[in-house]
Write a protein that binds this ligand. Structure first.
Ligand SMILES: *Cc1c(COP(=O)(O)O)cnc(C)c1O
Length: 229
């Protein structure tokens, strides 16, 4: 078995152990990866991929060979016109401005999107402040070409391996899951919010425990990546 295939099997086993039969989806984050590496993940059964740069995705994914491709990185307004054609979903809607742009350029179709939040209130991260999410979604019915299928969250990197730090991150994850459930229970027709996309290589087990329905794994599938985005 290839290393990629083995790592995918191990992650699927963890998902099955922590959240048996919950239908959790594994997204392979393929930024900076070659087509051959992506092909291996696909051969191992992965059907959901995430990229964080529009330009890279445009070059790499000219034919999508029967998979689902999501954008998970910040979207600049001048790239929206490409993003709506390259991606099946845009999971990183972090402002009214981006939502407006997608709404305009996705017409006459409907684009599946997620609202991104910044649970740790980190200045260096994109995403709405947690308390801004509900008012944003409550007003999102005015976008006739957007369907809010979920919430995406990127948690802070733990500062150290202490118990306090892990508890801090896990608490933020639980709060994020609560906000997601609260918004979903509003029953907004434009925001079914079936997905909570949360958890990466280093913290996905905590995210699954907190209620994530989709985890986004890069290094844990493809191995360490060269330093950069
Ligand atoms: C790169 C990236 C991931 C995957 O991170 P890993 O640590 O490699 O698992 C997940 N989500 C987002 C938004 C990313 O940019």
């Amino acid at each position: 078995m290839s290393a990629i295939k083995e790592r995918i099997a191990a992650i699927n086993a963890e998902i099955a152990r922590i959240r048996p039969n919950a239908g959790v989806r594994l997204m392979a984050v393929s930024k900076n990866r070659t087509r051959a590496e992506i092909e291996e993940a696909r051969a191992a059964g992965v059907r959901l991929f995430g990229e964080n740069r529009v330009q890279e995705a445009r070059e790499k994914w000219q034919e999508k060979f029967a998979i689902e491709l999501h954008l998970i990185g910040h979207l600049q307004t001048n790239k929206i016109k490409y993003a709506v054609t390259v991606f099946n979903a845009i999971d990183s809607v972090d402002s009214e401005r981006v939502a407006d742009g997608i709404d305009r350029l996705a017409a006459p179709g409907v684009m599946s999107v997620m609202a991104e939040i910044n649970p740790g209130r980190e200045a260096a991260k994109t995403g709405m402040m947690p308390e801004a999410l509900k008012p944003f979604l409550a007003n999102a019915g005015r976008f006739s070409h957007l369907k809010f299928d979920g919430i995406l969250a990127v948690l802070p990197q733990p500062r150290d391996s202490s118990r306090e730090e892990s508890q801090r991150i896990r608490r933020l994850m639980q709060e994020t899951a609560e906000i997601w459930r609260m918004c979903r229970s509003e029953g907004w027709p434009w925001a079914p919010l079936s997905e909570l996309s949360m958890g990466m290589t280093h913290d996905y087990a905590w995210a699954l425990e907190a209620g994530a329905t989709m985890i986004r794994i890069g290094e844990g599938i493809f191995g360490p990546r060269a330093q950069q985005g």
